[in-house]
Design a protein around this ligand. Structure first.
Ligand code: DHE
Length: 546
């Protein structure tokens, strides 16, 4: 008699809970602002293009906080609109102030965020194959450069919103060709030989650019995902240029491609269990990828899973052979990073304000370093300091600090993995810094500074004294609504280039400076110079010089 009564009580309890949940959901839904189907579709696209990178396709948060409607409902639509208009000091861009979104669009986006997020689609190999095009087959490509230009000193300049990459001669600074790569290219990487640039767009489209063609052009393309940020080529001895890999933000995936045709060869799902808490992570995004110099493998960082995978490509062309993936627990929110001494890959766990140094030879975590607030190394900066030996530096997005760490446990064990300098810089908002063995300076941007002066200001930091030698607001940048972003040296290390990242409707420029005197020696201008962001020198990118 007792048992059924207890069961009845449990089932009554469950029914009551279910009813309460249904009522709560109905009430919550009743409070959700209404949207037309067109508004919802448009906002979904804007969200994917502008917001998903930091807040996640599923809105779970990563570089930015989660954007779940219940949390945002407490803040309210006017607050959301104000943030989207003016931005926040931690790195949230002021979309309204920058002229990227109108007040009407911001109002629609605020309503969108107060509604449940739509479920984004998955992708199949068949769908990827449908996007794969080889414009010039490898056998039809030249066996030597078709022009007599110094292609190893070419710069690939991303013209972000133009959907183009400009190939510019590093010596003459003349435009060599404009190649169509598709929407919002994010980065370029060089193949091991330097002959090819691979590009990846936010929309997941990868393009292969052959610098030996006259003019340089896209020879193959494929779209392995809907949203992506990283691409890398195979660089281990004997595998040069043979494979490439794309790291997707959505779906949670890395796709191995043939390096000469971009044919998709292997899809590697990254959704799984989070390091530490062990929760299931559906949106486990692929952040930085780098090619190991020690083994035929890529070092692939899985942001929300807090893991770094070593993906072996040596048997990719041997059907029936295993694809080895070695998983190393590192930490959450892995983002960007670069080589220190070509042995340690240092990646930012950006929301934890940490850097993780991964020993590529031992496949272990060599050290965890406390950075500033939201470290953002790009690929970092390497040099040899007279006292500390080899050091590596990162900038920080959220604090006015360049963090310098000693990185030579074998030659300088007494300093290894210590932060040897925290250099005070005048603004927050750094994204990139760079140096070259032939320059006495580390050059540092403040592109995400909420202050327009800060965003147009560059600093040069002395590599020996760690003093800020000089900071200057780039003349004319604000006149073309530009922020100064991303530094790249020429092959000789005698000059560095910085992009004035403006609007699509106004041409801007790329400023070229003397790497020693810091004088502006040239300004690359022209109607084609619109929304320049990252720039990659073929030689330096192929050989990891930074
Ligand atoms: Fe990037 C590198 C992700 C915003 C320009 N960016 C990277 C890398 C990642 C990343 C994971 C490392 C790739 C690698 O090494 O394999 N970037 C993201 C984002 O998630 C983020 C924060 C937000 C987003 O919505 O995408 C973001 N990035 C930007 C920009 O707004 C920049 C300035 C211009 C743009 O393209 O929209 C920008 N990111 C770059 C550049 C690099 C980069 C130029 C490569 C630097 C280098 O020297 O290697």
């Amino acid at each position: 008699m007792n048992e059924p009564r207890r069961l009845r009580r449990i089932s009554t309890g469950i029914a009551a809970l279910a009813l309460a949940a249904t009522l709560a959901l109905a009430q919550a839904q009743a409070e959700r602002p209404t949207m037309t189907a067109e508004e919802f579709a448009e906002a979904t696209q804007v969200y994917f293009d502008r917001c998903a990178g930091c807040h996640g396709a599923l809105r779970g948060g990563a570089t930015g906080p989660n954007l779940y409607p219940d949390r945002l409902a407490e803040k309210g639509a006017p607050y959301l609109q104000a943030v989207m208009f003016g931005g926040l000091p931690g790195g949230m861009p002021g979309w309204g102030m920058q002229g990227v979104m109108s007040m009407e669009e911001i109002e629609v986006m605020a309503r969108f965020l107060l509604n449940e997020p739509p479920a984004p689609a998955q992708i199949s190999l068949e769908q990827i194959l449908d996007t794969w095009v080889v414009h010039v087959a490898p056998e039809d490509r030249p066996s030597e450069p078709q022009h007599d230009l110094d292609w190893e000193d070419f710069f690939g300049v991303i013209l972000r919103d133009m959907g183009q990459v400009a190939i510019v001669d590093g010596g003459t600074k003349e435009l060599v060709s404009l190649v169509e790569t598709g929407y919002a290219i994010h980065i370029l990487r060089s193949s091991a030989s330097g002959r090819y640039f691979t590009s990846i767009g936010r929309d997941g489209k990868a393009s292969l650019i052959d610098l030996w063609m006259d003019p340089p052009q896209v020879v193959a393309e494929v779209k392995p995902c809907y949203d992506a940020r990283s691409i890398e080529s195979s660089k281990y001895h004997g595998f040069e240029d043979r494979y490439a890999i794309v790291g997707c933000y959505w779906p949670a995936l890395a796709v191995v491609l043939d390096g000469l045709t971009l044919e998709p060869l292997k899809m590697i799902g990254t959704a799984g269990y989070e390091r530490g808490a062990g929760g299931y992570v559906e949106e486990a995004r692929v952040a930085a990828i780098v090619a190991s110099h020690f083994y035929p493998e890529w070092i692939v960082n899985i942001k929300e899973a807090g893991q770094t995978w070593f993906v072996d490509y040596s048997r990719m062309d041997q059907p029936g052979q295993p694809l080895a993936v070695t998983m190393l627990d590192t930490d959450l929110y892995l983002h960007d990073g670069g080589w220190a001494q070509n042995r340690y890959f240092i990646v930012a766990a950006n929301q934890l304000n940490k850097l993780i140094a991964i020993d590529a030879q031992e496949r272990t975590v060599a050290a965890v370093i406390e950075a500033g607030t939201i470290p953002h190394p790009g690929r970092g900066a390497n040099w040899v300091h007279p006292e500390y030996g080899p050091v590596w530096a990162t900038g920080n997005l959220g604090s006015q600090e360049m963090t310098v760490t000693a990185v030579d446990p074998e030659g300088h064990p007494e300093h290894a993995w210590n932060v040897v300098a925290r250099v005070q810089v005048p603004f927050t908002g750094n994204l990139f810094l760079k140096t070259h063995p032939n320059s006495p300076w580390v050059i540092y941007d403040h592109v995400m500074s909420p202050s327009p002066v800060g965003a147009a200001t560059l600093c040069a930091i002395d590599k020996v004294t760690f003093e800020v030698g000089s900071c200057w607001e780039v003349p004319g940048a604000r006149d073309v609504h530009a922020r100064m972003v991303h530094i790249e040296f020429n092959r000789a290390g005698t000059e560095f280039w910085v992009s004035a990242w403006g609007r699509m409707d106004t041409p801007s420029f790329i400023a070229v400076y003397d790497a020693v005197t810091l004088e502006e020696v040239h300004r690359i201008e022209g109607d084609w110079v619109r929304t320049p962001t990252g720039k990659f020198n073929a030689h330096n990118t192929a050989r990891d010089v930074y």
